[in-house]
Design a protein around this ligand. Structure first.
Ligand code: ADP
Length: 452
């Protein structure tokens, strides 16, 4: 975990230094004497150096540094970047960055322009970071884990002149992270078995039909049983989060129609809410802010509910909705919990809304971090590991989706999930039947809310 914080800090400081140096180099170009000797002034004098010193620094930095002009042509590249890319820096000068800096993700998928930080910086004139990229070395085709920080180079009017990138080899850090993840997952896997045995024996000890215990012993055992259950779910969550991080989470995606899926799931979930006297509803065709989305009318004039098809593993989606629902129940004392479904051509949106205590603005940015629990009276009395939302987000991202929350203290919370909606053509392909009916299920006219 530590390394995750350290890398960006180093990158930020190196980026700042190098950007300063490059700006200085650009400005000091105007300070050359007629004989060609440099005369430090402006930023140059501020740094107390000369062009030669700049060149020495540029070459001494162990991170790769590459600058491009506004068209993406490489204008500067140091030796470290040459080693990472497999290019002789002299050969790389004057070439388009795409030919030299070949990035891919951890699965080996080549970066497309919409995710390539270089392209995005040149397009948006905004700094970009990427801590999960790999660079493919020319010739040996070796994949090296890198951390990237790309910043725009602008003139005094803010117009884009090019970009500067710091490319850092983080293979060792990634290896250490992987080993840590493997250790956590092996340890939690091994510990789940004895914990399950302890839990089972405690349950037997408390069972009147098989054991005789006095009330005092029962109260001790009840507490021990609850703690063991907590420990068991902590190890389960640790195992799941380790798997989610290193991509080993079980995933068997299939064509999933969300309105049917959520109708059934809401039925299963309502019991825990009802035990707390909370109402539960399933809302189709409206988002958390009660805006009405489209229903469709069939040829016969009947109102039909659109099908919200996604490609995902039902078990994983169940895990996410169940977690959000259980949280809603845990952190709501009165009122109702709504599970909702809506969408447009591109997106299927699911939400879980509660009328609970809400979440303070300062906690919102941290909510999806590992082990983060809001420190208030409800989390102190309600058990939890702080891993649930982290796992949920990892799962949703596995399907190229988005999970976020909107909440205000005292006004409840709404957790939204956006998943890519499958086109009719894709649904037909996946069903193996081109005549598959995409819009088919009928809803009661005038009513899209089902109390479950
Ligand atoms: P936990 O096991 O603690 O519930 P989660 O990762 O699921 O872990 O949630 C992280 C924290 O987010 C919780 O500890 C709680 O403070 C806050 N939280 C999550 N869901 C809600 C909700 N529906 N209402 C209020 N707070 C919530």
């Amino acid at each position: 975990m530590g390394a995750c914080f350290v890398i960006p800090i180093i990158i930020v400081s190196v980026t700042g230094l190098i950007t300063l140096a490059i700006i200085w180099k650009v400005t000091s170009r105007h300070d050359e004497t007629p004989t060609g000797n440099s005369r430090p002034s402006g930023l140059g004098s501020l740094m107390g150096g000369s062009k030669d010193e700049f060149a020495t620094i540029f070459e001494s930095v162990s991170d790769g540094i590459v600058t491009v002009d506004s068209k993406g042509v490489i204008t500067m590249i140091n030796t470290a970047a040459g080693l990472l890319t497999g290019w002789d820096p002299k050969d790389a000068l004057g070439i388009d960055y795409r030919s030299v800096l070949k990035f891919c993700d951890t699965k080996g998928e080549a970066y497309t322009d919409d995710i390539n930080p270089f392209t995005q910086v040149l397009l948006l004139n905004k700094p970009m970071r990427d801590n999960t990229a790999e660079i493919i070395t020319q010739g040996s085709e070796k994949h090296i884990s890198v951390s990237l920080s790309v910043s725009p180079i602008t003139d005094t009017k803010g117009l884009l002149n090019g970009a500067v990138a710091i490319v850092r080899d983080v293979s060792e850090e990634r290896k250490a992270e992987k080993q840590r993840g493997e250790f956590i997952s092996t340890a939690s896997h091994e510990m789940r078995t004895p914990i399950a045995a302890i839990e089972g024996y405690l349950a037997l000890a408390m069972n009147d039909k098989v054991s005789t215990i006095d009330p005092k012993a029962r109260s001790f055992l009840t507490k021990a049983h609850a703690s063991t259950q907590h420990l068991g779910s902590l190890f389960q969550d640790l195992l799941t989060s380790a798997k989610a991080e290193d991509g080993r989470m079980a995933n068997h995606p299939e064509l999933l129609e969300m309105s049917d899926f959520l109708t059934k799931l809401s039925e299963d979930l309502r019991f825990s809410a009802e035990a707390k006297h909370l109402a539960v509803e399933f809302v189709v065709g409206s988002n958390g802010a009660d805006m009405h989305a489209t229903s469709e009318t069939s040829g016969s004039g009947r109102v039909v509910q659109p099908l919200y098809n996604v490609l995902a593993d039902p078990e994983r989606i169940r895990e996410v909705i169940t977690n959000l629902f259980d949280n809603a129940v845990k952190y709501t004392d009165s009122g109702k919990i709504s599970i909702g479904l809506t969408g447009d051509d591109a997106v299927v949106q699911i939400f879980v809304k509660d009328t609970g205590a809400g979440i303070a603005a300062e906690d919102l940015p941290h909510l999806f971090q590992k082990f983060y629990r809001v420190d208030n009276s409800s989390t102190r009395t309600v058990g939890g590991t702080g891993l649930g939302l982290f796992i949920c987000r990892k799962i949703v991202e596995m399907y190229n989706g988005k999970l976020w929350v909107e909440s205000e203290t005292g006004k409840g919370s709404t957790f939204f999930i956006n998943l890519p909606r499958l086109s009719r053509q894709k649904v037909a392909e996946l069903s193996g039947n081109s005549s598959v009916k995409v819009i088919s299920n009928i809803i009661q006219p005038g009513g899209t809310t089902t109390a479950v």
